[in-house]
Design a protein around this ligand. Structure first.
Ligand SMILES: Nc1ncnc2c1ncn2[C@@H]1O[C@H](COP(=O)(O)OP(=O)(O)OP(=O)(O)O)[C@@H](O)[C@H]1O
Ligand SMILES: [Mg+2]
Length: 348
């Protein structure tokens, strides 16, 4: 299986082109760039004002003539031209302009359509990188978490991003069973906005909801460390149309997230159900690997462990696993890199 002679210090570039953020990893040398997947565009001329962190700062605060856009929605490219420009900008920022371009690997969600997949391929070629290689997100997450995916050993990976949650059982370098759902961090934020509106009749912004999720969000609010925790946030009172401050507690966030979390638990159950029973023992002994920024939600590991009945484990920097694994993917290709690249095939 390990036919490629790539070392830890390969020049390969891995790109996690995510709904929330773009990460660029350099072979085995770690993360070179992490920026939000956001572009600010002038409405009249279409001219790009700023990209990444700078654009994120003005999200929801930009004047009327500036449109702040996320070029990816639900894990796939929704605004092609902007995605190409954003990718070009990030790659230049991360690796500069090189005459001999390194090989690039880009991850894609598990259940992507051919058209969506081609958009990612074309975005990379549009950004100046010929023959990019595409790799399935959960496979990349497993590699990035240090799993040797070439072994005949079943590993269950759950990558919870901003737009999609990818659940997959991987063995011998391939995906045995998988499911990708469009329920992840962004839907968590929307659920918090809805919950606060129903509870207080106050509309908060999605950035505020995300801050609540990261700051006081937990699925185990009974934990003593959440005693006396709360956050005061300002929204618009829907009855009076004026700003209003409301106090939000950890148990509110848990209540808001119950439905999307249950949908993720259902997807995990379904994937286990579709996995040959021979691999059950591996899954139980290896545990469930949780990756993606969404897995940083406090209490998620405990909830997955108790509801699925298999120990969940979260690696260090779970939000970087996909990018790191994408950069190291080449060593798992069974054929020579050139041949693979020429045919534009990818690791599923
Ligand atoms: N500490 C935290 N607690 C809860 N959620 C978090 C935390 N940190 C980040 N997140 C969430 O993680 C999500 C982003 O994760 P990630 O960067 O893995 O997504 P992505 O790869 O860009 O998206 P996708 O894979 O769906 O295209 C966001 O919804 C963000 O709010
Ligand atoms: Mg992701």
């Amino acid at each position: 299986m390990r036919s490629y002679n790539g070392s830890e210090m390969s020049r390969d570039i891995g790109i996690d082109l995510g709904t929330s953020s773009v990460l660029v990893s350099m072979g085995g040398r770690g993360i070179a760039l992490k920026e939000p997947s956001v572009v600010a565009v002038r409405r009249d001329t279409g001219e790009i004002v700023c990209i990444g962190e700078e654009a994120r700062k003005i999200l929801g605060r930009a004047p009327a003539n500036i449109h702040v856009v996320k070029p990816l929605q639900d894990g796939v490219i929704s605004q092609y031209e902007l995605a190409v420009k954003m990718l070009q900008y990030f790659l230049r920022k991360a690796i500069g302009t090189q005459i001999i371009k390194p090989r690039i690997f880009i991850c894609i969600p598990g259940d992507i359509t051919e058209v969506e997949e081609k958009a990612v391929y074309d975005a990379a070629t549009g950004a100046g990188y010929s023959r990019p290689m595409l790799i399935s997100e959960p496979v990349a997450a497993a590699i990035g978490a240090g799993i040797d995916i070439s072994m005949p050993n079943g590993n269950l990976v759950v990558d919870i991003g901003g737009g999609t949650t990818d659940v997959a059982v991987i063995s011998l370098g391939g995906v045995i069973a998988s499911k990708s759902i469009k329920i992840a961090g962004d839907k968590f934020d929307e659920a918090i906005v809805r919950y606060i509106r129903n509870l207080h009749n106050v509309l908060i912004g999605e950035r505020t909801a995300e801050e609540l999720k990261r700051t006081i969000g937990t699925l185990t609010p009974g934990d003593p460390k959440y005693k006396d925790r709360y956050m005061d946030v300002t929204g618009r009172c829907l009855a009076r149309g004026l700003p209003k401050v409301v106090r939000v507690y950890p148990h509110d966030i848990k209540a808001a997230l119950t439905d999307p979390i249950n949908q993720i638990l259902d997807a995990i159950t379904e994937v286990i159900d579709n996995t040959p029973p021979e691999l059950d023992g591996d899954i139980v002994s290896n545990g469930i690997l949780l990756t993606g920024g969404g897995s940083l939600l406090a209490g998620l590991g405990e909830v997955v462990t108790s509801c699925i009945g298999v120990r969940a484990r979260i690696p260090q920097n779970p939000d970087q696993c996909v990018a790191i694994g994408t950069g190291k993917a080449m060593r798992f290709f069974s054929e020579g890199p050139t041949e693979r690249a020429l045919y534009g095939r990818y690791l599923r």
